[in-house]
Design a protein. Structure first.
Ligand code: FES
Ligand code: FES
Lengths: 517, 768
C-alpha cells in the first residue's frame, strides 16, 4: 500500500500513466504484479468492480479500457482480475463508477438493466454493465445471437441471462433522444453518427495522445517481502529483442490471460516482466495475397475477425473459444507460445499449414506450427527467443477446410476433441491432405496414418471408412474429466465423417443450430 | 420430516398472532405489477456495498490453510516461519488458546469435531489460519506453515462406501444413519395389480452452488461487542451460531447482510470462516476480512449431494399407478448433513398412488459437506420419477401429459391425506401444454439426418413453500407520508425488498419511492429466519401487510376523531382520509391533530399461523424442445416453458426472473454440472474452477424461455395468497430435457448430467 498516486500532468518516466474519468492518473512505486482489480478496489476504493474468481472465468471484474486506434478511440472489455496495472499505461480506464453522470443519473446501459430486471443478487451486474457498455460503444444494434456471444464471458447464477439479454437489446433505445444523453459516452455507436470522430471523441484522442510514450517504459516497485520487481514495456522489436536477451529469466507478457493466473492463483512472484503489447511491429495484422500475418501483440478478437472472415470454421471455433473479455486481452501468439491447453485453434492452424516466425536478437527463423510443439508444455522456443508472428497461408481456391470442436458446454470449454481437416479435391481425389486433432494426445498432432490413407485416394465413402479406421493407429487417447477415451475415439472418427459429408454434397444438416434461428 | 428443518438451527421462535383483520385482496393496485426493483439503482450503479466490499480502517486480510488430503491426521503444525513473515499479524491453529472450539456435532448434539480439526475428513478441512496486512501476504504465509500429515486411506465414492473394505470415515463405519423408511398401502398387492412395470436405476451428479460472491465476512470487535458483515441469506442464523460457539450474549453479536451475491442455500448459516475471522480479529485487535477463494467455495462450501436412485413403478393399462417403490442413496459428506434429505418427497406426494414404499440410505464419505441447494432432493427425484413417468407413457402409448393428468393427487398423500390449500397442478399441465404447443410439437416427425429434434416435459412440486411464523415487521408512517419498513429478512436477489415495499404501497397508497427499507441487520431489525426454501414471500409478506394495516387502522382512528365519523366508515385516499359515504368529509393526514402531535405512527405486524390440517405447496410443469446431434451427442436446448402455480404473483417481473433463473440452473444440472472427485488415486476434487466446473453461460441458454404463471387463488395459505417460487422453478427442468432427448433420439440417459460423451456412446451402441 505504499503506492503513490496523483492526478495531474507531472509525470515521471518510471510511473504508470493512465486516464481515469477524464483525468490523468499517475502511479509510481507499486508492485508491477498488482492487478487492475486490486488497484481499483483497494487503492481507488471503487468497489463496484467485483471479484468472483480472480482467474478470468466469470467476468465479475470486467472493466473497459479505451485505447487509441489511429485517430479514433477503441473500447475493450477486459477481465481486470488478470490484467496487470502497468499495462494500462497510455490507456483510459472506465469502471462501472465511470458511467454514472455527475448528477448521479444512470447511463442508458444501466437504465436498461433496471427496466429489464437484469440484476438479481446484483453481484455479476457491474461486470455485465461494462461488457454491455463496450458493445454499446462498438456495435450498432447487434442481433440477438450476437448478444448471446458478446455476453458469454460474464457468468450469472441468478437471472438465467434472459433479462440481461433483453436489457442489452433495450439499451440501444435508451440512448437516443434523452436530453441528458448528449454526452458521447452515453450515445450508442452509430455507423452514421460515428463516421467521423465527435468533438468528445477527439478530446479523448487528444488526452490519450498526451500520454503515449516513444521509449520503453521501465518501472520498478516493491514486492511483498521488501525486494524489488521490474517491468518493461518496449516500443520496438529491436528493443524487445534486446531486453529478452538481457533478461532471459523474464516472463514475456502479452494478453496476460495465462500469466495473470500465475500471480492470482499460483502466487508465483514474477520478478521481471517484459510486456510486448506496446511493440508497434507486433501489433500489426496484415493480409497479403498469400498470407494472413498476425503479430504477437494482436489480440484474439482482432485475429479471429481476420481469420474467421476467410475460414468460417475458424471463426466458429474462436466464437466458442474462451470468453469475449479474454479474447479482448489474449493474443493468438501467446496462446501458441504458452502451449495453453485451451488451444482449440491449433489443429485448425496446423491443418491450414501455419508457420511461426521466431526471433532472437536480430535473427529470425520460420518453423511450421506442427514442429513447434515437442511434448506436453514443451516447445521449440530457445532461451532468449520469442514468437514474433504467425503466418497463415491463404487458400488455394480449391482447398476444402473444416474444423470442429466438441466440448461439454458450447463455449469457453476445453474441448474433449477438436479436429481440423484440409484437402484439395481434384478429379474426385484428395490431395495435400492435412488432418490434425487436439485432445487426442498431449499436444495437437497430425494423423499420419489417416492422412496417408486419404492422400491420392478417391473421395468416397469407402476411402473415408478406411481413413476412419486408420485413425485408431494415430492416437492413444486417455480418459479424463472432460471425456472418455472411447468417446474421443468415436468422435474423432465421426468428425472425419462429418468433414466428408460436408464436402461431398450431403444435403442434410450436420450442425447444431445457432441461437435465435 | 419438515422442510423447515434445514434452515433453522433450533425450534423456531414464536411470534404473536397478528392483531389486524386481513381481508382477502380483491383487485390489487400495486401488487402483481412488473415494477422495477426498489434497490435497482444501487445494484446497477456499482454503489451497493456487499459484505465482500466492506473496507474498514486498519482491516487485515485472512486466509485459511486447508488439508490437501481427503483423509489425514495432522501430526504437527509449525507456524513460526509464517509468523515471522512480513505483514503477518496472527497465525492460529487448534493449539492457539481460545481457538479450540467445538464445531461438528452428531445428531444427539455431542461434539465430534473442532474448528481446526486434527483429524481431517475431507479435502479442504481447516488446519490453520492467518491474518496479514494484504491478501497476498496472507496467502504466502499459508505456504510457510509446515504441516506434517499422516495420510490415511479414503472413501470418496458414495456408491461403494458401505462395502466392507471401504475405509471408515467415522468410528461407527460409513452408515450415517439408519435407513429411512416410508410406507403406505400394500406394495406387493400394488405390483400384482399392475399391468405394466417400469424399473430403472438413476444417478444425479454432485452439483455446486457457485454463487457469484464467494462466502465470507468482515469481522470487527468493539470491546466485547462483535460486528460481522457476512455474505448470508440470513443474519439471525449467523448471529445465533456465532454467539453460541464464542460464548457471547446474542445482544453482543451484530450481523449485517444488506446485500448478498447469491447463496442458493449455501449461505443459510455461517461457516467456519465466520468464526475464524472473529477469532483473528479478537487476537489482533483489528478488523479482519476473510473471504474464500473460488477454489475454496467449490471445494468445501456446500453442494447438492450426488444420488443413486432405484425406482420401480407399476400401472394399469389405463395409466393408473398401482405401486411405487423407491430407493435412494447419497452422502452429505463426513459429518451430519444428510445425503438424502427430502429426496423421496415427490414419490410420496406428487402422483396419486395407494401403495408406496421409499427407503433412503445415507453414508459418509471423505468429501466436502453438503449444504441445502435450491430445492434439496427434488430435482434429483424428478430426474428419476419424471423419466419413469415418461417411459410409462411411452409403453402405454399415452401422451405424457395425459398420463400425469390421470394420476393427479387430490390430497397430500405424504402427509397422511390432508388437503392442499390450493393445487394448480392440473392447470400447470394443461395450460402449459397448450401454450407450449405440446401436441403439435410432439407430432412433428423426427428428422432423419444427423440432427434430431424432440420435446419433453416434466411435472413437480416443492415440499415447502408455505412459509409460516415467525415473522415480525414494523412500518413507520411519517408525518409527510413517507414510510420506513423494517424487517429482518435478507434479499438474496429474489426481490424481497421490492415485493415487501409493494405490499406496503398496496395498503397505504404510498408510492414506492416514498418507502425506505431497513433490513437484514440483527441490531436494528426484527427476527427473521433465513431467506431460503421458497418461503420468504409467504412468510414475511403477510407480516408486512399486517404492519401496514396496523398503521392504516391507527391513522383512521385518529382521523375518525377529527371528522367525528366511525373509523369503519373511513378510508385512506392518498394523503387524505375520507368518509366512504360522504366524500365531502375528508381531512388531510397532516391536518389530523393527533397525528401532528405524534409525527409518526408505528404499525407492528406478525405472521399468523398456517391453517391447521392443510398443506401448502407450489406446483410446476415445464416443457422444452431440444436438438441433438446424433453423431456427436451434442444437445442444444431450443426453448423452454415453465408453468408454475405459486399462488398470487406478487410482482410479475421478479416472478419471471425466478422462472428464467431456475430453468437455467436446471439446465446446468441436466447438461453440464458435476463435481469430479478422483475416486481412484487421490480422492481429491479435479474441477476446482469455473473453467472446469461448468455452469451455463449466455451461449448455453435457449433464446426462447417463457414464464407462464398459473395464478390459482389460494385464500387459505396466508393473507397475501402467495406460495413459494424459488425452488419449484428448478425442480422439473433436468428431467424435461432428458425426456426431450428421448423423444428426439429414442435413447434414455439415466445418469445426469446428460453430456455429449454419454449420449454419443449410447447412440453409437444402438447403431452398432
Ligand atoms: S473475477 Fe472472475 S473473471 Fe475476474
Ligand atoms: S444477478 Fe446474481 S449472479 Fe447475476
Amino acid at each position: 500500500m505504499t503506492a503513490s498516486s496523483q492526478s495531474g500532468a507531472d509525470s515521471q518516466e518510471n510511473k504508470i500513466r493512465f486516464i481515469l474519468d477524464g483525468e490523468m492518473h499517475t502511479v509510481g512505486g507499486i508492485d508491477p504484479n498488482t492487478t487492475v482489480l486490486n488497484y481499483v478496489r483497494e487503492h481507488l476504493r471503487r468497489i463496484g468492480t467485483k471479484e468472483g474468481c480472480a482467474e478470468g472465468d466469470c467476468g465479475a471484474c470486467t472493466v473497459v479500457v479505451a485505447e487509441l486506434d489511429g485517430d479514433r478511440v477503441r473500447f475493450r472489455a477486459i477481465n481486470s482480475c488478470i490484467k496487470f496495472l502497468p499495462t494500462l499505461d497510455g490507456k483510459e480506464l472506465l469502471t462501472v463508477e465511470s458511467l454514472r453522470a455527475a448528477d448521479g443519473s444512470l447511463h442508458p446501459v444501466q437504465r436498461a438493466m433496471v427496466d429489464c430486471h437484469g440484476s438479481q443478487c446484483g453481484f455479476c451486474t457491474p461486470g455485465f454493465v461494462m461488457s454491455m457498455f463496450e458493445l454499446y460503444k462498438s456495435e450498432e444494434r447487434p442481433s440477438r445471437q450476437r448478444l448471446h456471444d458478446a455476453l458469454a464471458g460474464n457468468l450469472c447464477r441468478c437471472t438465467g441471462y434472459r433479462p440481461i439479454l433483453d436489457a442489452a437489446q433495450e439499451m440501444y433505445g435508451n440512448g437516443n433522444g434523452h436530453a441528458d444523453d448528449d454526452d458521447w459516452l452515453r450515445r450508442p455507436y452509430s455507423s452514421q453518427a460515428d463516421a467521423e470522430p465527435s468533438a468528445e471523441e477527439s478530446a479523448m484522442v487528444d488526452r490519450l495522445r498526451s500520454i503515449q510514450r516513444h521509449d520503453t517504459l521501465a518501472i520498478t516497485g516493491p514486492d511483498l517481502a521488501g525486494g524489488e520487481r521490474s517491468y518493461f514495456a518496449p516500443r520496438t522489436v529491436a528493443n524487445l529483442a534486446e531486453l529478452v536477451e538481457r533478461h532471459p529469466e523474464a516472463r514475456i507478457l502479452a494478453g496476460g490471460t495465462d500469466v495473470g493466473l500465475w500471480v492470482t492463483k499460483f502466487h508465483w512472484d514474477l520478478d521481471t516482466i517484459i510486456y510486448i503489447g506496446e511493440v508497434d511491429e507486433l501489433k500489426r495484422l496484415e493480409v497479403t495475397d498469400g498470407h494472413i500475418e498476425v503479430g504477437a501483440a494482436v489480440t484474439l478478437t482482432d485475429a479471429m475477425a481476420a481469420i474467421g472472415e476467410r475460414f468460417a470454421d475458424m471463426g466458429e471455433i474462436y466464437r466458442r473459444f474462451a470468453s469475449p473479455p479474454i479474447r479482448n486481452a489474449a493474443t493468438l501468439c501467446g496462446n501458441i507460445a504458452n502451449g495453453s491447453p485451451i488451444g482449440d485453434s491449433m489443429p485448425g492452424l496446423i491443418a491450414l499449414g501455419a508457420t511461426l516466425v521466431l526471433r532472437r536478437g536480430a535473427a529470425t527463423r520460420e518453423l511450421p506450427l506442427d514442429e513447434f510443439y515437442l511434448a506436453y508444455q514443451k516447445t521449440a522456443l530457445e532461451p532468449g527467443e520469442f514468437v514474433e508472428r504467425v503466418r497463415i497461408p491463404l487458400d488455394p481456391a480449391d482447398r476444402q477446410f473444416r474444423t470442429y470442436k466438441i466440448a461439454k458446454r458450447f463455449d469457453q470449454d476445453i474441448s474433449a476433441v477438436c479436429g481440423a481437416f484440409s484437402v484439395r479435391l481434384e478429379g474426385g481425389r484428395a490431395h495435400d491432405v492435412r488432418v490434425c486433432y487436439g485432445g487426442m494426445a498431449a499436444i495437437p498432432q497430425r494423423a499420419g496414418n489417416c492422412e496417408r490413407e486419404l492422400e491420392g485416394s478417391d473421395w468416397n465413402e469407402s476411402t473415408i471408412e478406411a481413413a476412419m479406421a486408420a485413425l485408431d493407429g494415430d492416437y492413444t487417447p486417455i480418459d479424463d474429466m472432460r471425456s472418455s477415451a472411447g468417446y474421443r475415439r468415436l468422435v474423432t472418427r465421426n468428425l472425419l465423417r462429418k468433414f466428408y459429408l460436408e464436402t461431398s454434397g450431403f444435403a442434410g444438416e450436420t450442425r447444431v443450430l445457432e441461437h435465435g434461428r | 420430516m419438515k422442510a423447515a428443518d434445514y434452515y433453522l438451527d433450533g425450534p423456531a421462535p414464536e411470534t404473536p398472532e397478528p392483531r389486524q383483520r386481513q381481508d382477502r385482496w380483491g383487485e390489487t393496485r400495486v401488487v402483481g405489477r412488473p415494477l422495477p426493483r426498489v434497490d435497482a439503482y444501487e445494484r446497477v450503479s456499482g454503489s451497493a456495498v456487499y459484505p465482500s466490499d466492506v473496507q474498514l480502517p486498519g482491516m487485515l486480510h485472512a486466509a485459511i490453510l486447508r488439508s490437501p488430503h481427503p483423509h489425514a491426521r495432522v501430526k504437527r503444525v509449525e507456524t513460526s516461519r509464517a509468523e515471522a513473515m512480513p505483514g503477518v499479524r496472527a497465525v492460529i491453529t487448534h493449539q492457539t488458546p481460545g481457538a479450540d472450539i467445538a464445531w461438528y456435532t452428531d445428531r444427539e448434539g455431542a461434539t465430534v469435531g473442532h474448528l481446526f480439526e486434527a483429524h481431517c475428513r475431507f479435502e479442504g478441512e481447516a488446519v490453520a489460519a492467518v491474518a496479514a496486512e494484504s491478501p497476498y501476504q496472507a496467502r504466502d504465509a499459508l505456504e510457510a506453515i509446515e504441516v506434517e500429515y499422516e495420510v490415511l486411506p479414503f472413501t470418496s465414492d458414495y456408491e461403494t462406501a458401505l462395502e466392507p473394505r471401504a475405509p471408515a470415515v467415522r468410528d461407527g463405519g460409513n452408515r450415517a444413519s439408519e435407513p429411512g423408511v416410508y410406507e403406505r398401502g400394500d406394495l406387493a398387492a400394488g405390483f400384482n395389480a399392475a399391468e405394466v412395470v417400469v424399473e430403472e436405476t438413476f444417478r444425479t451428479p454432485c452439483e455446486l452452488h457457485t454463487p457469484l460472491e464467494p462466502h465470507g465476512c468482515v469481522a470487527r470487535w468493539d470491546g466485547n461487542r462483535l460486528t460481522v458483515w457476512e455474505s448470508t441469506q440470513g443474519v439471525y442464523p449467523v448471529q445465533s451460531r456465532v454467539a453460541q460457539v464464542l460464548g457471547l450474549p446474542l445482544a453482543n453479536v451484530r450481523v449485517i447482510g444488506h446485500y448478498v451475491g447469491g447463496g442458493f442455500g449455501s449461505k443459510l448459516r455461517p461457516g467456519k470462516y465466520t468464526v475464524i475471522a472473529a477469532l483473528l480479529a479478537r487476537q489482533t485487535g483489528r478488523p479482519v476480512r476473510l473471504f474464500l477463494s473460488r477454489e475454496e467455495t467449490l471445494l468445501c462450501a456446500g453442494n447438492r449431494p450426488a444420488n443413486r436412485m432405484r425406482l420401480k413403478v407399476g400401472a394399469k393399462r389405463d395409466g393408473t399407478l398401482t405401486a411405487i417403490e423407491f430407493h435412494g442413496l447419497g452422502s452429505g459428506g463426513a459429518y451430519s448433513g444428510s445425503g438424502t434429505g427430502i429426496l423421496d418427497w415427490q414419490v410420496r406426494d406428487l402422483y396419486r398412488c395407494d401403495n408406496v414404499r421409499c427407503t433412503t440410505e445415507n453414508v459418509y464419505i471423505h468429501a466436502g459437506a453438503q449444504r441445502p441447494m435450491r430445492a434439496p432432493g427434488h430435482p434429483q427425484c424428478s430426474w428419476a420419477l419424471e423419466q419413469v413417468m415418461d417411459e410409462l407413457a411411452d409403453r402405454l402409448e399415452l401422451d405424457p401429459v395425459e398420463l400425469r393428468l390421470r394420476n393427479l393427487a387430490s390430497v397430500s398423500q405424504g402427509r397422511g391425506g390432508i388437503p392442499y390449500t390450493s393445487n394448480g397442478f392440473r392447470e400447470c399441465l394443461e395450460e402449459g401444454a397448450r401454450t407450449f404447443g405440446w401436441l403439435a410439437a410432439r407430432s412433428r416427425a423426427r428428422s432423419e439426418d444427423d440432427l434430431a429434434r424432440g420435446v419433453g416435459m416434466a411435472g413437480g412440486l416443492w415440499i415447502a413453500g408455505a412459509g409460516g411464523p415467525p415473522s415480525t415487521a414494523i412500518v413507520k408512517y411519517f408525518a409527510d407520508g413517507s414510510v420506513n419498513l423494517n424487517l429482518g429478512a435478507s434479499d438474496i436477489g429474489t426481490g424481497t425488498k421490492t415485493v415487501m415495499a409493494m405490499v406496503v404501497a398496496e395498503e397505504l397508497g404510498v408510492p414506492l419511492d416514498r418507502i425506505q427499507i431497513e433490513h437484514a441487520d440483527t441490531a436494528t431489525t426484527q427476527f427473521a429466519t433465513a431467506s431460503g426454501g421458497s418461503k420468504t414471500v409467504p412468510t414475511d409478506a403477510p407480516a408486512v401487510r399486517a404492519a401496514a394495516l396496523d398503521c392504516h387502522n391507527q391513522l383512521l382512528d385518529m382521523a375518525a376523531e377529527e371528522l367525528a365519523v366511525a373509523p369503519s366508515e373511513l378510508k385512506l385516499d392518498g394523503d387524505h382520509v375520507v368518509a366512504v359515504g360522504d366524500p365531502e368529509k375528508r381531512v388531510a393526514l397532516r391536518e389530523v391533530s393527533d397525528f401532528r402531535r405524534r409525527q409518526v405512527v408505528v404499525g407492528i405486524g406478525y405472521r399468523g399461523p398456517n391453517p391447521e390440517g392443510k398443506a401448502t405447496c407450489p406446483f410446476a410443469a415445464q416443457f422444452c424442445e431440444v436438438e441433438v446431434n446424433r453423431r456427436t451427442g451434442e444437445v442444444r436446448v431450443l426453448r423452454f416453458l415453465g408453468a408454475h402455480d405459486s399462488g398470487r404473483v406478487m410482482n410479475r417481473a421478479t416472478y419471471d426472473n425466478q422462472v428464467y433463473g431456475g430453468i437455467v440452473m436446471g439446465i446446468g444440472l441436466g447438461l453440464t454440472e458435476r463435481r469430479v472427485l478422483d475416486t481412484g488415486q487421490t480422492g481429491k476434487m479435479c474441477n476446482l474452477s469455473w473453467h472446469d466446473y461448468k455452469i451455463p453461460t449466455a451461449l448455453d441458454v435457449p433464446a426462447d424461455v417463457t414464464s407462464l404463471p398459473i395464478e390459482t387463488e389460494d385464500v387459505e395459505c396466508n393473507t397475501v395468497g402467495a406460495k413459494g417460487l424459488g425452488e419449484p422453478v428448478t425442480i422439473p427442468t433436468a428431467a424435461a430435457i432428458a425426456n426431450a432427448v428421448y423423444n428426439a433420439t429414442g435413447i434414455r440417459v439415466w445418469e445426469a448430467p446428460l453430456n455429449a460423451t454419454r449420449l454419443a456412446e449410447l447412440l453409437a451402441e444402438r447403431e452398432a
